[in-house]
Write a protein that binds this ligand. Structure first.
Ligand code: GLA
Length: 420
């Protein structure tokens, strides 16, 4: 059983540490409360002078959530304090009967105040950059495990699951991967061997600790006249690298769930090409568990119908669906980088915040309706304090795509997502 301690104190008195890991109440009530996952405890404090006092509540173990505080002032009428203005129920708790809820992190987030929010809200982590090929395998004979290990260790310590991201992509690949010592492009055989070594080493290291991997990321082209992206992987290996990547990952950890991950998968035109691509893999018995819909969405798209159509279409292949990189931009989607236009606003107005809350409510209601197909939802970053969308596609234009604001406080959208 996980330890549950909190501490409480008034003014400068030494906090009283209270252990509610196991029963401390009269039987009958206690059984019901434990069944409902509620624990209560009573502490006594002496207040020796009249006037205002400060009551301090300290969560000692991660995950302790204060739901109700009853103040019984010695015979005077008890007064109830309602929930304080902070999220009492984590996303993970609201969605416990549906799917794990995760967040993409860098190791930097795993200390300090962000940790509290992470542990209160999420039960799954994804390294945002640490496991990409470039950062983790900078030279052919050198792996850099530091950041990836830190994230996996943190997750193990706190009982969170980890989704690995990613094993093969056309971006953030190390320079050495495609060339030999003379600088010439390597052959298909050499490249597949390198891919195999990479995947085998990385997946093996975290075997049993990472439950799911994005094996291939974004292999389908943006160009509607092509199926596959004309990446270095494709130019050197043809389409074979995709099936091979899944086979290597499966051999290294046969219990890991293996995903193909991509964006704009709800736009009907790309959806159909992704569907065709996935159907080929399924027909060829490639060991693929599911498809990751990145979910870099906006207040303008997708619609409920588009989202439903994508989930239905992909799951009709017998594949699981995960939402892997969820954020809801307040701007329309643009692919290419550009500079900020003179006078271009970047304020989260009450109207935009409301539209975003409506969009999040719609999306999560679609997710819940499809919970038999969806086995994970992960947000791309923790709060609006830091999001990659502050610099993409427009450098220096602030975006506010997440459920927590720049101070880590819940936004309107948060309440829409947990109140159902
Ligand atoms: C893609 C990748 C992610 C991340 C985002 C931008 O969606 O899959 O790993 O790089 O772009 O942050």
């Amino acid at each position: 059983m996980k330890p549950i301690h909190y501490a409480i104190g008034i003014d400068n008195e030494a906090p009283q540490v209270i252990d509610i890991t196991s029963g401390n109440e009269g039987r009958g009530v206690w059984d019901k409360m434990v069944a409902d996952n509620i624990r209560i405890a009573i502490s006594h404090h002496r207040i020796l002078r009249p006037g205002a006092h400060i009551l301090k509540f300290y969560p000692v173990d991660p995950g302790v959530v204060l739901q109700r505080l009853v103040i019984d002032a010695g015979g005077v009428k008890p007064s109830y304090l309602g929930p304080p203005e902070s999220p009492l129920t984590g996303l993970k708790d609201s969605y416990a009967g549906y799917f794990p809820v995760g967040v993409a992190v860098s190791p930097r987030l795993l200390s300090g105040p962000d940790t509290t929010l992470i542990l209160q809200q999420f039960n799954s982590l994804t390294p945002d950059n640490a496991m990409k090929m470039g950062p983790i395998h900078p030279r052919e004979d050198r792996y850099n495990w530091k950041d990836a290990d830190a994230i996996v260790d943190f997750a193990q310590r706190h009982g969170l699951r980890v989704r690995g991201h990613n094993l093969c992509w056309h971006q953030q690949t190390p320079r050495w991967m495609f060339t030999d010592a003379k600088g010439d492009t390597v052959s298909k055989e050499v490249l597949l061997q390198r891919l195999k070594d990479h995947i085998t080493t990385v997946v093996n290291r975290y075997r049993g600790k990472i439950y799911a991997w994005d094996v291939v990321n974004e292999a389908v082209a943006d160009d509607s006249t092509r199926l596959l992206r004309n990446s270095a992987w494709y130019r050197i290996c043809g389409e074979d690298f995709i099936a091979k990547a899944f086979e290597y990952a499966h051999a290294a950890d046969p219990s890991a769930q293996l995903f193909y991950n991509d964006y704009n998968t709800e736009r009907p035109e790309k959806r159909e090409r992704v569907y065709r691509f996935l159907r080929r893999l399924v027909d060829a018995h490639v060991p693929i568990t599911g498809v990751g819909l990145q979910g870099h969405w906006s207040i303008y798209e997708p619609s409920a119908q588009e989202l439903q159509a994508a989930i239905s279409r992909f799951s009709s292949l017998g594949l699981k669906v995960q939402i892997t990189e969820l954020d809801v931009s307040i701007y329309p989607w643009e692919k290419n980088h550009r500079t900020r236009r003179p006078g271009e606003e970047d304020v989260l107005t009450p109207e935009l915040e409301q539209r975003q809350a409506d969009q999040y409510r719609m999306m999560f209601s679609v997710f819940r309706r499809n919970a038999s197909h969806i086995n994970g939802v992960t947000f791309w970053n923790l709060s609006d304090k830091y999001t990659w969308l502050d610099n993409y596609p427009v450098a220096g234009r602030k975006n506010y795509p997440l459920l927590f604001d720049v101070n880590g406080q819940p936004k309107k959208a948060f309440w829409e997502v947990i109140d159902f």
